[in-house]
Design a protein around this ligand. Structure first.
Ligand SMILES: [Cu+2]
Length: 356
């Protein structure tokens, strides 16, 4: 199984990183959120090259419509979102097949004991109270059984914890995620896709594209189905947190650090999330949308972004450099095509007034 080191790292990271709650966005809209153009702005030459390189019929990327109730919260929902990744399924099973039944049985048992004591040993029925104190047998039982229950729970619990922090596979797709006040930036260094920003759609835009307002964005993170995705996550200004409940993914975006997490999406779809670390006045307006596509369609999307789906060798050398130490400057070597308000310099978050 996992090494002791993995377990220790997993336990330490999990203290701050894993959670299943999903806050609803506030109802009030931000003042005049300036969104970039919804459609990716590819120039004619890039598009022509993509058309030539792509198999017929898949060269054009059209944002997928979300399925109702999948990858997003539901009205009056109290359960986890339906899980669409292997780790998420494991976690869901652990919660609903192991923990909930045990919790229910213990709660009913304790409630029964309380009722029994209240009725059987009430003052009226016992004018002379019992002076009994210790009972060795009972004390051993009520210590040993909880210990056994905890030991049984510990096995799947630690297995799940370790699985969440297992190092990524060699062929994982690397995406660099940067949290800004108050939007997200995504870059695909191995495909030569420089950073582009992802901003919340206005209410009218969301309605027009048939997506939930406060969750819909202009430029999604697009990933292939069934392939492991490795996120390198950092923050440009303050601490943010990248969280997508349906993919069982949450990781803090901390300035000066490159945090890593992985997920694999089971099936095509659109999965929404939100920044989950209070990061300032527009914290509630920096949603996340992950779109999972079959591999051929994902490759077409990469081409539509001017990237090379087949990896780093053929991509532009400057854009392919891994740069955990100076992440923002490095991925900006390829100028974002559709990011008018961040393309101007190396300090995209320096003027909140222009981004909101
Ligand atoms: Cu944030």
């Amino acid at each position: 199984m996992k090494s002791l080191k993995t377990l220790v790292i997993a336990a330490a990271l999990s203290l701050g990183a894993v959670g299943a709650g999903h806050a609803q966005a506030p109802a009030e809209a931000p003042a005049a959120t300036a969104s970039a153009t919804p459609a990716p702005a590819t120039d004619a030459a890039t598009q022509a090259a993509a058309d030539a390189a792509a198999p017929a019929g898949d060269a054009t990327y059209v944002p997928m419509k979300p399925a109702p109730g999948v990858g997003q919260p539901v009205d009056a929902g109290i359960n986890f979102q339906a899980q669409e990744s292997p780790i998420g399924e494991q976690a869901y099973w652990f919660s609903h097949v192991v923990l909930l039944p045990i919790i229910t049985v213990i709660s009913l048992f304790v409630l029964g004991l309380l009722l029994w004591v209240i009725v059987r040993y009430r003052a009226k029925a016992n004018p002379v109270p019992s002076k009994t104190t210790h009972n060795t047998f009972i004390e051993i039982i009520w210590t040993a059984i909880p210990v056994l229950i905890l030991a049984v729970i510990a096995v799947p619990s630690i297995r799940l914890l370790a699985a969440q922090y297992e190092p990524p596979k060699k062929d994982a797709l690397t995406i660099k995620v940067t949290g800004y006040q108050w939007y997200w930036g995504y870059a695909y260094p191995d495909q030569g896709i420089g950073e582009y920003v992802s901003k919340m759609l206005t209410e009218e835009q969301a309605k027009a594209s048939g997506e939930p307002y406060h969750l819909a964005v202009d430029n999604r993170m697009v990933v292939p189905v069934g392939q492991q995705v490795k996120l390198i996550i950092t923050g440009a200004d303050v601490i943010h947190s990248f969280a997508v409940p349906a993919l069982w993914t949450k990781m803090d975006a901390v300035p000066g650090r490159a945090n890593e997490t992985t997920f694999t999406v089971n099936k095509p779809g659109v999965y929404y999330g939100q920044c989950s670390e209070l990061c300032g006045v527009d914290h509630g307006y920096m949603p996340i949308a992950v779109e999972a596509l079959p591999m051929d369609k994902w490759k077409a999307w990469v081409r539509s972004k001017g990237g090379n789906p087949d990896g780093a060798e053929a991509a532009a050398p400057a854009a392919a450099q891994p740069a955990p130490e100076g992440p923002i400057a490095a991925v900006r070597t390829t100028a974002p095509a559709e990011t008018p308000d961040t393309a101007a310099g190396d300090a995209p978050a320096a003027s909140p007034a222009t981004t909101n």
